[in-house]
Write a protein that binds this ligand. Sequence first.
Ligand code: FAS
Ligand code: PHB
Length: 385
Amino acid sequence: MGIIGAGPAGLLLSRLLHLQGIDSVVLENRSRDYVEARIRAGILEQHTVDTLTAAGLGDRLQREGLEHRGIYLQYPGTRHKLDFPELCGRTVWVYGQTEVTKDLIAAQLDGGPPLLFEVSDVRPEDVDGDSPRIRFTDADGVEQVLECDVIAGTDGFHGPSRAVVQGAAGRVWERTYPYAWLGILADAAPATDELIYAWHPEGFALYSMRSPSVSRLYLQVDPAEKIEDWSDDRIWENLATRFALEGWELTTGTITEKSVLPMRSFVSTPMRRGRLFLAGDAAHIVPPTGAKGLNLAVADVTLLAQALVRLLHEKQTDLVDTYSDRALARVWRCTHFSWFMTSMLHRSGDDFDAELQLSQLRRIAASEPAARELAENYTGLPLDL
Ligand code: FAS
Ligand code: PHB
């Protein structure tokens, strides 16, 4: 197996295959430090936790991860708790993607398959035949050729694999949202036990966390905003306004990281061309409002690993032949849910739009079936829909 990209998708796929006796080489164009430092997702669905634990990667997660039993939906005057175990019998975990990546890399470098950092000029070739290969230049500048049985394109939104799969037959769906997220990490004890998704006339805000002493917060901003125009004081003032609630106070602290993140929905089909299979952000991007991106990548590689074991060990093609359709069924479900959460919570359009959003929020607060639908999607639907 040649695996392009050492993000959560590529690293977990290599691990799952390794545990089934299938060798792989993971090729990553960035340095280890860069990959481990990228601040991204924070919420793990139960199936993600179960998959990581079953793959022998759950020790630190179980020690340092925070199990969360719901979220709050907030709109002026109301902060409504959705109790996940009551609604759907499931929970989620707060454990940063940086930590997941560190655990995966540590396991890979401790007797796992080869993981080559800082490669360049990576090109999958002959993917329509039975002997695909990957040409690349290694960290020492030497041109290499990796002969493979199968190639996984887990190289994210900007990697080379999607274009090879797309070719002439592929199709792309894309929606760019008229807003972005300004995200911060702060040395501040979270002032809430569960995440708060807040609708506010001035814009959406999300209260998340990484530990009992580190908060992760987001503000809806215009996509053209420049992070240098946002002083710490301005950020805290906006967060305090959007989370304001009688008898509650935001806790502030030292901001240790801040950035502006674009918001888009993106789906590329199919997720396979011959012996090249896409998984994770290489095939799809969701706006982070539904906390689906990382979890969808894990779901893809769980399905792909099962299919590749069947192909390479049992010489059966039934699961690889249906992989793209089965993965896309869940991709579209998560794409819809991420769009639904994003459209409901972000201020955009006119007052008519605002009334529709508030009506949807009040419906979820008042209706158990409506709340259950959100809870089931947020905590993660079955892998194989
Ligand atoms: P990744 O992008 O993580 O990994 C792809 C890897 O391939 C990278 O290491 C890249 O360096 C490498 N690569 C690229 N081109 C290559 C090449 N030519 N050769 C070799 N390697 C190459 N999801 C959430 O659920 N919640 C969030 O809050 C959230 N926030 C996000 C913020 C940002 C800024 C971004 C970009 C994404 C965010 N996501 C979030 C989504 C994110 O978590 C992804 O879903 C997750 O990283 C997907 O993992 P991979 O598919 O492995 O892709
Ligand atoms: C995060 O903690 O980074 C996070 C949590 C929930 C989301 C998005 C991001 O929906």
